[in-house]
Write a protein that binds this ligand. Structure first.
Ligand code: GAR
Length: 176
């Protein structure tokens, strides 16, 4: 069986990355995480990769004159690792077309797409009053959480949920 080379992009605590790191420890999983990239420094996601001995890199949008410049820099760095796939695991920046033309990129969204796109899926689901929400794995296209859906899982909204408790339960579902 061939092993897929994956670059993972993170912006935060990296619990989804941790699930991937743990899964990829099993050779039968068929995935090798070759690098972890971020758009900010000093996040737990990068620390998790470093503890696993995986190369990391950071490029901050604010260090570039244009968004295209940042997107180019990310694409160049990612290309050095020759991935078969890029996986966004809580990566909170939109990638540009130049990047997406070069790499098949997956992302997760903490809601049932096409509902509640954007940065606040759990909050928006709670505000709307839905009784069931969930998580979506999708192929990133040029839009906000609009790409082809690969998989979805449902999560019930409990009467006493707040944004934090609901998002935490969604994150557990995302990792399984
Ligand atoms: C996850 O719930 C993921 O779906 C979400 O951020 C969380 C990251 O958690 N991603 C987005 O909202 C992307 N727009 P983690 O850093 O603990 O893996």
């Amino acid at each position: 069986m061939s092993t897929a080379r994956i670059v993972v992009l993170v912006s935060g605590s990296g619990t989804n990355l941790q699930a991937l790191l743990d899964a990829a420890d099993d050779p039968d999983y068929g995935v090798r995480i070759v690098a972890v990239g971020a758009d900010r420094d000093e996040i737990e996601g990068l620390a998790r990769a470093e503890r696993h001995g995986i190369p990391t890199f950071t490029r901050r949008v604010s260090d570039f004159e244009t968004r295209e410049g940042w997107d180019n820099a990310m694409a160049t760095l990612v290309s050095w690792f020759e991935p078969d796939l890029v996986v966004c695991a809580g990566f909170m920046k939109l990638l540009g077309q130049e990047f997406l033309d070069q790499f098949v990129t997956l992302n997760t969204h903490p809601a049932l797409c096409p509902s509640f796109p954007g940065m606040h899926g759990p909050r928006d689901a709670l505000d709307y009053g839905v009784k069931v929400t969930g998580a979506t794995l999708f192929v990133v296209d040029g839009g906000v959480d609009t790409g082809p859906i690969v998989a979805q899982t449902t999560v019930p909204v409990e009467a006493d949920d707040d944004v934090e408790s609901l998002h935490e339960r969604i994150k557990v579902a995302e990792r399984t």
